[in-house]
Design a protein around this ligand. Structure first.
Ligand code: CMX
Ligand code: CO
Length: 144
C-alpha cells in the first residue's frame, strides 16, 4: 500500500543556498545531504514531519551533478521548481506496488528498483501517464 507523501522533489540551481532558504524561511532543521551519481543529483532531504506508519515526509532539494542528467535537462527547460512527487510504501515491496500500477497501463521507468535517498528503493512512473506529474515510488530502508 502507498501510505504517505514520502517527499516532494524540487530542482534548484544552488543547493546550499536553497537549503538555507528553507531553513531560514520555514525553520526546517533536519537536513541530510548526499550525492546519487546514478540519478545525477546532489540532494538534501529536509525532514518535515513523521507519519503514522513510522516513516517521515521530506522536501527533497536536488541539483544536477552533470550536464547530461535528467534534472539538468529539466532545469534548462523549466527553470527551478517542483520536479516530482514521491509516494511512500507502508513497508510493502516497491516493485510489487509498481507492478500493480503498471497493470493499469501506467509506464514504470525502471525494470527493477534503484537506490534512492538514505538507502531507499525507488522507481518512477512516466509523467505523461500521470496527468503531467513525474511520480516516484519509495520503499524506505528498513533501518531508516
Ligand atoms: N514533470 C512533468 N513532466 C515532465 C518531467 C517532469 N519532471 N520531465 C519531463 N517531462 C515531460 C516533458 O515536458 C516532455 O513533455 P512534452 O513532450 O509535452 O514536451 C516529456 O515529459 C519528455 O520530456 P523530455 O524533456 O524529453 O525528457 P525525457 O523523456 O528524456 O525524460 C523522464 C523524462 C521522466 C523519462 C526522465 O526525467 C526520468 O527518467 N526521470 C526519472 C529519474 C529522475 O527524475 N531522477 C532525478 C530525481 C532523483 C530522486 O528523486 O532521487
Ligand atoms: Co525523489
Amino acid at each position: 500500500m502507498l501510505s504517505r507523501i514520502d517527499h516532494i522533489g524540487i530542482a534548484c540551481h544552488d543547493l546550499d543556498a536553497t537549503v538555507e532558504f528553507y531553513k531560514k524561511t520555514y525553520g526546517f532543521t533536519d537536513a541530510h545531504f548526499e550525492v546519487n551519481e546514478e540519478q545525477g543529483v546532489r540532494e538534501c532531504m529536509l525532514k518535515i514531519n513523521t507519519t503514522g506508519d513510522g516513516a517521515a515526509s521530506y522536501i527533497q532539494l536536488i541539483t544536477p551533478t552533470r550536464p547530461d542528467s535528467t534534472v539538468a535537462k529539466w532545469l534548462e527547460k523549466n527553470g527551478e521548481g517542483v520536479h516530482h512527487i514521491a509516494f511512500g510504501t507502508d513497508g510493502s515491496d516497491v516493485q510489487a506496488e509498481a507492478d500493480g500500477i503498471a497493470a493499469g497501463g501506467v509506464r514504470v521507468l525502471y525494470d527493477a528498483p534503484r537506490r534512492g535517498s538514505m538507502g531507499s528503493r525507488i522507481t518512477f512512473l512516466h509523467p505523461k501517464d500521470c496527468h503531467g506529474v513525474l511520480t516516484e515510488l519509495v520503499q524506505k530502508a528498513p533501518e531508516a
